[in-house]
Design a protein around this ligand. Structure first.
Ligand SMILES: C[S@@+](CC[C@H](N)C(=O)[O-])C[C@H]1O[C@@H](n2cnc3c(N)ncnc32)[C@H](O)[C@@H]1O
Length: 321
């Protein structure tokens, strides 16, 4: 399915110098890690979904009907679930490209525009062989095989405009997506998610929250560069996105805080758990002087980064928005 509007949420209308800087940083970041492949082991996340489903819904992941919001350009979680035989579908506003081909590139250009097209071309020509091999090896280690190509399982659409059958899903999950959807879109999407789920179902939603040190989505503040510093001096100070009025980066960010997400979810869901992936990320960089300038934000916000919200639809259901 493809909706009519053209969308490319992974890029934003920012001045050319910001685009150029961020794209150059991105290429450098990829090249630095060329020999050391990114981890495509999505199984730790799937194990968490399985544990949460068993705990809150009484079923294993393999028996669940699942939907992913924002599958990404390379939908590895969805593919791994298919390899396990799970009934999973998903949506993304941008065209996923599992295998680079002229046809796939033409579709990316038509649907998501020139910048997304160039990014896909460069990234996929440089890294496809390495990333797909790493992913295949991850599957093989578990005795699984790459699933068949099933384009119908991924809808290309704005998740906030999606209509799925009510009460059919056991699990809705999303990773690093909800910070990219405008607040009014989220106000439509969140009650819909509650409606799509069975009463026993759960949503597991992990945004990279704006107020954390990685929340500005600058390449030089990626978690990977914080966990394994490359020795290069950074151009920007930590938490610049909270300190500077005119902070911009090359992706759309809704700037919601952790408290905002909590309020948004709790209108339609009971929050069963809230877990921060890297609770101390950036603690050594928060000097007393910086803490003073960020006095407006509690520690809970500054040390948020990826926050996994585990949600159960409120009894009585949600009305259409
Ligand atoms: C940072 S990527 C994360 C992709 C994937 N979940 C992962 O963990 O690798 C964010 C994804 O969200 C998608 N996205 C952003 N806004 C969206 C929307 N309104 N509807 C559907 N997808 C959206 C983007 O196209 C992009 O693929």
């Amino acid at each position: 399915m493809t909706s009519g509007t053209k969308m490319a949420p992974s890029t934003d209308a920012v001045p050319f110098r910001i685009k150029a800087r961020e794209n150059a940083d991105l290429v450098r970041h990829y090249l630095e890690h060329l020999k050391e492949p990114m981890s495509f082991d999505v199984f730790p996340d799937l194990r968490v979904y399985d544990e949460l489903l068993r705990q809150h819904s009484g079923i294993p992941l393999t028996q669940a009907r699942v939907f992913e919001i924002g599958v990404g350009e390379r939908p590895y979680r969805l593919l791994a679930l298919r390899a396990m035989g799970v009934d999973v579908r998903g949506v993304d506003a941008e065209v996923p490209v599992v295998r680079l081909s002229l046809r796939a590139l033409a579709r990316v250009y038509r649907r998501n525009g020139l910048e997304r097209f160039v990014k896909t071309l460069v990234r996929r020509s440089l890294f496809d062989w390495r990333d797909n091999r790493a992913f295949r090896q991850t599957l093989t280690r578990r005795g699984l095989r790459m699933p068949a190509h099933e384009p119908g399982r991924v809808l290309v659409a704005d998740a906030a405009e999606l209509d799925l059958e009510p009460g059919q899903l056991d699990l809705v999950y999303s990773e690093d997506v909800f910070e990219h959807i405008a607040a009014d879109g989220l106000r439509r999407l969140v009650p819909r998610m509650a409606r799509w789920l069975k009463p026993s179902g759960i949503a597991v939603i992990r945004p990279n929250v704006f107020t954390g040190i990685t929340g500005g989505h600058l390449v030089e503040w990626k978690p990977r560069t914080l966990l394994a510093p490359n020795g290069r001096e950074r151009r920007t100070e930590p938490w610049l996105h909270l300190l500077s009025e005119d902070f911009k980066t090359n992706t759309y960010l809704n700037r919601l805080t952790r408290a905002d997400f909590r309020a948004l979810f709790s209108e339609h869901f009971e929050i069963l758990a809230e877990d921060v992936t890297l609770p101390d990320l950036g603690r050594d960089l928060l000097t007393p002087e910086l803490r003073e300038r960020l006095a407006h934000y509690p520690d809970e916000e500054l040390f948020s980064n990826q926050v996994r919200f585990v949600l159960r639809p409120r009894a009585g259901g949600s009305q259409p928005v």
